[in-house]
Design a binder for this molecule. Structure first.
Ligand code: SAM
Length: 299
């Protein structure tokens, strides 16, 4: 169904199905007809591609994806939308809707089951209450995908696409740059949605890297350190790491210095490589201390 940005059409569908918006599920549906074709085109929805969509709403983006890609699998948590989607997507035989929470969905299995032989990309207008967890879930699952193109709240988009070492940077920025090359594609005003949220939005694309830009021997420790570094934004790196990772401040300072950095450096000033250097120094310092302790205990 093509006219899903027409308010009268949407109102008619909602009335017939007794549907009302759920704020808790982040339901702000796109009513600006220019947006979804743009997301689909810039998000790799084309021949040879299978697309995973997260959160269909009434299927306004799903329609544009189904027109262009070979196959679309859409994951929607709200059971009330399923009969609506049966109606609005009825002309497509290349769409499968899965009624589930995306955070509990095994997307690797979905890709294997539905997208044999196709390149895969993710496209979505994300529910804003859960933007970062969904993006991190997609990245950390190491899915065999080419890109993630998503609408997010403007401030979140700026943070996700910020350059590590810049003021807007947060823990999620470092993680995104580790797995992908992020790009801010275009801004979207709040009036493009029904109901209108009280924030503006933007569309970003994360092109998945084949190999990370820095070499890290223990990824788990690296990300624990990055999260710890940003957990107390007003503190400098030494204080944040010391309290969040429960390591004596003197050890943290030694590791920061050994990585060639000033002990007063703030987390948002570090590049990805510098985080990797601090992680390496800190873990070898702690392992060294631990080995020494063991030696003393054995002696
Ligand atoms: N794609 C539609 C559009 O652009 O109009 C709807 C976007 S709306 C911002 C977010 C959608 O995600 C809603 O349909 C909501 O029900 C769904 N959603 C919220 N949490 C979800 C979750 N954990 N898993 C899957 N879908 C979810």
């Amino acid at each position: 169904m093509d006219n899903l940005t027409n308010i009268n059409v949407i109102k008619d569908i909602f009335e017939r199905h007794g549907f009302t918006f759920s704020k808790a599920l982040g339901q702000n549906f796109i009513i600006n007809p220019a947006i979804c074709p743009k997301i689909a085109e810039m998000g790799n929805a084309k021949k040879g591609f299978g697309i995973i969509e997260i959160g269909t709403g009434v299927g306004v983006l799903t329609n544009e994806l189904a027109k262009r890609a070979d196959k679309v699998v859409a994951v929607e948590i709200d059971t009330r939308l399923i009969p609506i989607l049966e109606e609005t997507l009825s002309e497509y035989d290349n769409v499968t809707v899965i009624n589930a929470d995306v955070m509990k969905t095994d997307l690797k299995a979905v890709i294997e089951e539905h997208f044999g032989g196709l390149d895969v990309a993710v496209c979505a207008n994300l529910p804003y209450y859960i933007t970062s967890p969904i993006i991190m879930y997609l990245l950390e699952s190491r899915l065999p995908i080419r890109s993630i193109t998503v609408m997010v709240q403007k401030e979140a988009g700026v943070r996700l696409c910020a350059k590590p070492g810049s003021r807007e940077c947060g823990a999620v920025t470092a993680a995104v740059h580790y797995y992908a090359e992020p790009k801010l594609l275009f801004n979207v005003s709040r009036g493009s949605f029904m109901p209108a949220p009280n924030v503006d939005s933007c569309v970003i694309r994360l092109d998945i890297r084949e190999t990370p830009p820095v070499s890290v021997s223990d990824e788990k420790y690296f990300f624990r350190l990055v999260r710890g570094a940003f957990s107390q934004r007003r503190k400098n790196l030494a204080n944040s790491l010391s309290s969040s990772m429960a390591i004596p401040k003197s050890d943290v300072i030694n590791a920061i210095r050994a990585a060639g950095l000033s002990e007063n450096i703030r987390p948002e000033q570090l590049t990805l490589q510098q985080f990797a250097d601090v992680a390496k120094q800190l873990s070898s310092l702690i392992t060294g201390d631990k080995n020494n302790e063991d030696k003393h205990t054995e002696a």
